[in-house]
Design a protein around this ligand. Structure first.
Ligand code: G3P
Length: 241
């Protein structure tokens, strides 16, 4: 399962991108407004930084307007994927844009029938919103599982992009449900990487490393990510000083 980040805040993207784990970024009108940036400018900056698949959503509600907008944002970068709502106009625009070779991400999907319609309209990605389905007491992960199953049985190549991810278990469950991609908010990435045993283990290694012969008494703090190599330690663990 590939990871996208679900934000238009460049500092958040930069930090997680540095981990080497991102294959793309998803934005939507709310996330663009939350970034406080110009739509085109921030999408181009993100595309330059991350590459991969960068979803930029149209805001027209009619098919003609969506097609016009889609053609325009697709020019912004070779990495742009045009995001379209799952409405009759959105499907019409999806068909037109994909027939022009433009990648599409059909969003606001909440049912298997909707996902099958989007696939038939040629969508590159389908975005079922797991968290929002959970919000109304239904099972968002089960929706993802059913969509993937229907796609596999139908030989459908549209990629299932698990969206509206609220916590690390949503990521695990999406992977086990067969999602091709999960788009994950910054906060959830910072939760995913943490494990108390990893921290305790690293502290233990650093403490033992500091005890080796010739080592300075100062124990590097693993939290701060200081590197024992920084002090110019050679491969045998002896000090180069
Ligand atoms: O990608 C869709 C996502 O941004 C919506 O998430 O948490 O507002 O349901 P949420």
């Amino acid at each position: 399962m590939e990871f996208f980040i679900d934000t238009a805040i460049v500092d958040e993207i930069k930090e997680i991108n540095a981990w080497g784990v991102l294959s793309g970024v998803t934005t939507n009108p709310s996330l663009i407004v939350a970034s406080g940036r110009d739509f085109r400018e921030v999408v181009q900056e993100i595309a330059e930084m991350v590459g991969g698949a960068i979803s930029a959503e149209v805001t027209s509600l009619d098919a003609e307007g969506m097609i016009r907008e889609g053609q325009e944002v697709a020019q912004w970068s070779e990495h742009v994927v045009v995001k379209l709502p799952l409405t009759p106009a959105g499907l019409q625009a999806c068909k037109a844009l994909t027939s022009q070779g433009i990648k599409t991400n059909v969003t606001l999907c909440f049912s298997v029938p909707q996902a099958l319609l989007a696939a038939r309209a040629g969508a590159t990605y389908i975005s079922p919103f797991a968290g929002r389905v959970d919000d109304i007491g239904w099972d968002g992960i089960d929706l993802i599982r059913q969509i993937k199953e229907a796609y596999v049985l139908g030989g459908i190549e549209t990629k299932v992009l698990a969206a509206s991810i609220r916590h690390p278990m949503h990521v695990v469950q999406s992977a086990l449900a067969g999602a091709d991609v999960a788009t994950i908010p910054y906060k959830v990435f910072t939760q995913m990487i943490k494990h108390p045993l990893t921290q305790a283990g690293l502290d233990g290694f650093m403490k033992d490393w500091a005890k080796r012969a010739g080592a300075s008494s100062e124990t590097p703090s693993s939290e701060a990510g200081t590197n024992p190599q920084a002090g110019g330690v050679d491969a045998q663990g002896g000090s180069k000083k």
